[in-house]
Design a protein around this ligand. Structure first.
Ligand code: SAH
Ligand code: SF4
Ligand code: F3S
Length: 505
């Protein structure tokens, strides 16, 4: 059996893509493992949003070179947003890579590549384990080594050259006795036996180590982005917007709910510009349809764009609350109109605040989170303070603050930037510190209240982690069978990141 490991960086769109690929590989008969060192197929799903995300990737990739030397039959591949635009550089920098396929457009190509790849891995793995010290032993840790061996042993007909099917099957039958009965198992040669045990043990270990966790589903409803914010690389890595058919999304949600999912997150770079390619229904209609699916579960979505926020969206959210959770990620980016215009965000801070007013009116008590970029090229101290003024006015429950990072291909990368990194860092810290104070105050308003939460998992510290409708963290004592349940907790204490609750029901 071919084992695989997927490391995922980046946003929930990548998480959903990785989960889809994992399901695809499992359907092809592969087994997922929790350690790269145990995998025959390693895929790294990458993010290009900021320079830091990319640098992390390069150091992470380096560690796989020795693995490829040790086990030359394995395949290591890069997928996702960095793969979309740095294919050549990735191949040039890392000899041990077998494939690089970008996000979205290259997904179907990747899927058909994987069908072939796992067959090749299966055959080469058998050869390797029959003769671990033989000439399959890697020299340079590159696929080229294996190709040489294949030529030498004249087995290329089994590796893609000839029609697959019978020939490959015969070859595998030769390599592995067909029965897996215990007596026959003893007759396997020792390396095959070890290989089987190694995989079974690895799977058992992964199962034992996996502590129970609530089932959640992440569903991509659209991909790509047409907004072209001047700082953002996403339109270049994921391409232009495409929405998936509503009927497919609804079937996917129904399937996941039947499988025990308690929370569904609808994902898109720009969820609220969703438009059903078949009926032209918009995002509020999709939300309504999802909310009408029977079952007790919560619905979330990420990320909406403030420009496309319409009254009917909040009306649907109010109508189906709390099944559609009153939690909104509402990315501000900047409070300065000059910077917002340079960012190509298509709203002013006044328009942003007006929409916050709609949320407060139609969804009282809704949790609102946001993204803010500090140090956009040319941002002055006064403009940064305009952002802080919006922060003070809205009092977000959560802020994801970022220092501006120049990205290739983007318009903003051409704007002169005379603001020093140390100044940008100071602005970031200032914003962070103030946000912690605001979060402490927002959270403390919940003391003494009874809140409905969904219990997620047990933390290392022993408490259960649960989340409110607004996605706020509540720690609570209780047994493992509460995991995946909706319960009511009484809030006793609060801090900046967590609240402490006592189980009521
Ligand atoms: N589509 C979403 C955001 C996707 S990227 C939206 O428009 O809201 C997530 C966040 O990363 C963005 O909201 C932005 O705050 C941040 N980001 C994107 N590009 C960036 C860059 N070049 N430098 C710093 N932060 C960036
Ligand atoms: Fe990037 Fe803007 Fe599109 Fe969000 S809306 S993905 S920030 S271009
Ligand atoms: Fe990163 Fe691509 Fe998402 S760049 S944030 S993984 S769309």
């Amino acid at each position: 059996m071919v084992t695989f490991f997927i490391k995922t960086y980046g946003c929930l769109a990548n998480v959903a893509d990785s989960e889809g690929l994992a399901r695809y590989l499992i359907d092809l008969g592969c087994a997922q493992v929790s350690q790269a060192s145990e995998a025959d197929l390693i895929m790294v799903n990458t993010c290009a949003i900021r320079d830091k995300a990319e640098s992390k990737l390069y150091s992470y990739l380096g560690q796989f070179a020795p693995l490829k030397k040790q086990k030359p039959y394995i395949k290591i591949g890069i997928i996702g947003c960095v793969a979309s635009y740095r294919k050549k550089e990735l191949y040039q920098s890392f000899d041990h890579l077998s494939f690089v396929y970008g996000a979205r457009d290259e997904m179907p190509v990747l899927q058909s590549y994987l069908v072939d790849a796992i067959e090749k891995i299966a055959v080469l793995k058998q050869l390797f384990f029959q003769d671990p010290d033989g000439d399959l032993g890697g020299k340079n840790g590159q696929d080229r080594d294996v190709k040489e061996l294949v030529a030498k042993r004249n087995i290329s007909k089994f590796l893609g050259g000839s029609p697959r099917g019978n020939a490959l099957e015969e070859f595998l039958m030769e390599a592995v006795p067909s029965s897996t009965s215990p007596e026959k198992e003893q007759s396997l040669n020792i390396s095959e036996y070890n290989l089987k045990k190694h995989i079974q043990d690895g799977m058992k270990k992964a199962q034992n180590n996996a502590s129970p966790e609530v089932k959640r589903s992440y569903i991509n409803i659209m991909t790509g982005c047409n907004k072209y914010c001047s700082y953002c690389i996403v339109p270049f890595t994921r391409g232009r917007e495409i929405s998936y058919p509503m009927k497919d999304i609804i079937s996917a949600v129904i399937k996941d709910i039947e499988m025990g999912s308690r929370e569904v997150t609808l994902i898109g770079q720009n969820v609220n510009s969703y438009i059903d390619p078949e009926t032209e229904a918009r995002f509020p209609e999709l939300l309504k349809q999802v909310a009408q699916i029977p079952g007790e579960f919560w619905i979330r979505f990420i990320s909406p764009h403030p420009q496309d926020m319409t009254h009917d969206l909040f009306d649907v959210m109010a109508q189906y609350r709390p099944k559609i959770t009153a939690a909104l990620h509402f990315p501000l980016q900047s409070g300065s109109n000059r910077i917002l215009q340079l960012m190509n965000r298509n709203y002013t801070s006044q328009e942003f605040l007006e929409k916050i007013g709609w949320i407060r009116e139609k969804l009282p008590g809704a949790a609102i989170s946001t993204d803010i970029i500090v140090g956009f090229p040319g941002e002055t101290e006064a403009e940064f303070l305009e952002t802080m003024a919006v922060v003070e006015q809205v009092r977000f429950d959560l802020i994801y603050p970022f220092i501006y990072s120049s990205r290739p291909n983007t318009k903003a990368s051409l704007i002169a930037d005379n603001c020093l990194l140390v100044e940008k860092t100071r602005r970031l810290e200032f914003l962070r510190k103030r946000q912690i104070e605001i979060a402490v105050q927002c959270n403390s308003a919940h003391i003494g209240k009874n809140l409905k939460v969904l219990v997620e998992k047990r933390l290392a510290r022993g408490k259960l982690l649960s989340r409110t409708e607004g996605n706020l963290r509540v720690l609570v004592d209780g047994s493992d069978d509460l995991i995946g349940q909706f319960v009511t907790v009484h809030i006793k204490e609060t801090g900046p990141a967590n609240m402490i609750g006592i189980l009521v029901s």
